[in-house]
Design a protein around this ligand. Structure first.
Ligand code: PLP
Length: 412
């Protein structure tokens, strides 16, 4: 056996992360995450859990009691919601308008659901009528729809769907990982039964915790499938047909852990909870409306900047998210070469794309801690310079000037 090499302490290169996520974590979040651990049932810890529930009720704009963190990245939240809400054989309707719709479909299939999909070309979103028609035809138990899909940079309007679902007895779930805190969103006003998110986009944290909220109707459905682990609170050898097909993502058990019973389940990821709590605390301190407005303004400046460079933008502008823009790669330019030079020479990361958009667009984000004037102007100045070296010169200074125009208009 050879001796292991002396590994150096982790010391990542300085980067400005201006892709579709993850983005640089807010330093305040990183500081919160360096705090020492406490025991799982220490009164300090249970108080932090309760405070975190209250903070996320404000971020989701909900009065739902069951507002908590699922440990894991955003898709842990998606799996917990879908596996806990959907029993094998249940019908699920998924409107797909980008990559993450396909993910919802896949997870619902793995849950044993009978999945029905309606699809839209990437770069467009559904009308309320199209979704209504499918709900009436399919009669699903659950409508699962992505809100903002970073793969296309568009957000599906959710207005009207809550009433539609209530009328037809359908549970209504959305994934707001990419959109929460960067775009208008109100879980209760939209009539949502389940919402899940992640920290690494507009919330300004690292990936690894999935804030989520569940309505009383969703809780009732989940509790009806409840089972209790042997050895925890009396025995329960009886295995029900509808038992939730995951232990880790069994929301009925997770509710009992976060609720007054404090029934043991997994060990809450303490450090991630510190981080998630700080992400929400920062937003509540800034004011959720102000946070969304900050994303709107810096997103508008980035959009004006790339258009100032003479580049065009992908997707229906009426449905574009505030916090990410898909920029068409100009003729004769190799997308990955530009991304490589942005990273190598300027330490700036911009995003590539998946599926039908691969090689066609870059995705540039302005989110969370990086929804800032200096981050936007620096990215635009670097992009102009790198494009010039790649033979796609725009008018010198035009990108930064166009962004300045947006800031001056906003008095910022
Ligand atoms: C970025 C994103 C995710 C990320 O999922 P992870 O498990 O955190 O990688 C999920 N859903 C949507 C809509 C996203 O934009």
């Amino acid at each position: 056996m050879s001796t292991p090499p002396d590994l150096l302490q982790i010391n990542p290169p300085p980067r400005l992360l201006m892709g579709p996520g993850p983005i640089n974590a807010d330093p305040r979040v990183l500081r919160a995450m360096s705090a020492q651990l406490v025991g799982q049932y220490d009164p300090a810890m249970t108080a932090y859990m309760t405070e975190t529930m209250g903070l996320y009720r404000q971020v989701f704009r909900t009065a739902n009691e069951q507002t908590l963190l699922i440990d894991g990245t955003s898709r842990a939240g998606i799996e917990a919601a879908i596996l806990s809400l959907v029993a094998p054989g249940d019908r699920v309707l998924v409107p797909v308008f980008g990559r993450f719709g396909h993910l919802l479909r896949e997870i619902a299939e793995r849950a044993g659901a009978e999945v029905h999909v309606i699809e839209r070309e990437w770069g467009t979103v559904f009308t309320e009528r199209e979704i209504e028609e499918a709900v009436v035809r399919v009669k699903p138990a659950l409508l699962a729809v992505v809100h903002g899909d970073t793969s296309t940079t568009l957000a599906q309007p959710l207005e009207g769907l809550g009433e539609l679902c209530a009328k037809h007895g359908v549970l209504f779930y959305t994934d707001v990982t990419a959109s929460l805190a960067g775009n208008a969103f109100d879980a209760d006003a939209l009539g949502l039964d389940a919402v899940t998110a992640g920290l690494q986009k507009c919330l300004g944290g690292p990936s690894g915790s999935a804030p989520a909220t569940f309505s009383a109707k969703a809780v009732e459905r989940i509790e009806s499938r409840k089972s209790i682990e042997a050895g925890i609170a009396g025995s329960s050898d009886e295995i029900r047909e509808s038992r939730i097909r995951s232990n880790y993502f069994d929301l009925a058990m997770i509710f009992d852990y976060w609720g007054e019973k404090r029934l043991n389940h997994h060990t809450e990821a303490t450090t991630m909870l510190y981080g998630a709590r700080e992400c929400a605390r920062i937003i509540v301190e800034e004011g959720l409306d102000a946070t969304i407005e900050r994303h709107r303004m810096h997103g508008a400046a980035m959009l004006a900047g790339v258009e100032g460079l003479g580049l065009s933008v992908f997707g229906d502008p009426a449905a574009k998210m505030n916090n990410v823009v898909a920029v068409r790669i100009p003729e004769g330019v190799t997308g990955d070469a530009v991304r490589g030079q942005m990273l190598e020479d300027f330490g700036i990361e911009i995003g590539t794309s998946f599926g039908p958009l691969h090689g066609k667009v870059w995705r540039i984000g302005t989110m969370g801690y990086n929804a800032r004037k200096d981050a936007v102007l620096t990215t635009l100045a670097a992009l102009e310079q790198v494009l010039r070296r790649n033979g796609a010169a725009g008018a010198p200074g035009a990108a930064v000037e166009a962004a300045y125009g947006v800031y001056e208009g906003a008095g910022a």
